[in-house]
Ligand binder design. Structure first.
Ligand code: SAM
Length: 266
């Protein structure tokens, strides 16, 4: 998959994308990341990418020309002309739809993903209206620029590319991942999240300064481990993200456990 990042700070990406899974995915040619300097698509002596807002008001706004021209240089036409295909153009924006794991999964199926990083007061709205397929926000807060958001999206999407993780099952068992079928007592896998938050993880030593690993995990009993993981995932989800519980398929055993928790907290 090819990522194209459009920014006025290309140096920003020297680091965040050069470690761990993202670096290995590039080395294995699963992902190719190209960072484009928007100033290279300006024509004036000062390499101007921004201008004052029409109608007055604070700050500066990214001009549309460098962004349209940079995207066009990749052979990607304006939205109406290119239609729906294997390329997608995303504008990073605090006003965008929230970037989630299902969206990461959707983007991982593309051939090319273009990520436009704004700065200042934002980007001329014509980029959103006529060039980008969608605006994505990485959270309900305002960042100084889209670069951190672009790095987040590249990371989350890359680890979903087939072969990127080494062990494909890993992606299935993570938080928010609704990958495993829920039947009978819970998800088929002993450790699938089934759309909940991930369960807690422990490693050696089993006793660190008197802080002990839960008994169930060292019992060697797979059914006991499955049940323990499912219950703590349910408890953590209920505590930190109760909204997720409304979206996941719960088994009869899950429901009973959740009802018990609710009764206790009342
Ligand atoms: N005036 C804008 C507003 O209030 O929504 C904020 C502009 S922000 C200072 C500059 C740029 O940072 C945006 O154009 C966008 O690319 C990026 N940005 C800020 N917050 C973001 C977020 N939560 N997710 C993704 N990108 C964000």
């Amino acid at each position: 998959m090819k990522f194209h990042i459009l920014t006025i700070f290309p140096e920003f990406f020297r680091g965040p994308l050069e470690h761990g899974i993202v670096r290995r995915a590039q080395e294995a040619k699963l992902a190719e990341i190209t960072v484009h300097d928007l100033r290279a698509f300006t024509r004036d002596r000062h390499r101007t990418v921004d201008d004052r807002p029409f109608g007055g008001g604070e700050g500066m706004v990214f001009k549309p020309e460098p962004i349209f021209e940079c995207v066009e240089s990749l052979g990607i036409a304006a939205r109406e002309v290119r239609g729906i295909g294997r390329d997608s153009v995303v504008l990073l924006s605090a006003q965008g739809k929230l970037f989630t794991q299902p969206i990461a999964g959707e983007l991982a199926g593309l051939e090319r993903l273009v990520l436009i990083c704004g700065r200042y007061e934002g980007v001329d709205e014509r980029v959103s209206d006529f060039l980008a397929d969608r605006e994505l926000s990485i959270g309900e807060y305002v960042l100084s620029g889209g670069e951190l958001g672009a790095a987040v999206i590249v990371d989350a999407v890359t680890r979903l590319l087939p072969g990127a993780l080494g062990n494909e099952a890993s992606a299935q068992q993570e938080s928010f991942t609704d990958g495993a079928a829920v039947t009978g007592n819970g998800p088929n896998s002993t450790c699938a999240s089934g759309g909940l938050l991930d369960y807690p993880h422990y490693t050696r030593p089993a006793d660190y300064r008197g802080m002990k690993v839960p008994e169930a995990l060292i019992s060697g009993n797979h059914e006991e481990i499955r049940r323990w993981r499912r219950r703590v995932a349910l408890r953590k989800t209920m505590r930190n993200r109760p909204d997720l519980l409304e979206r996941v398929a719960l088994s009869a055993e899950d429901k009973e456990f959740v009802e018990g928790l609710s009764a206790k907290s009342e």
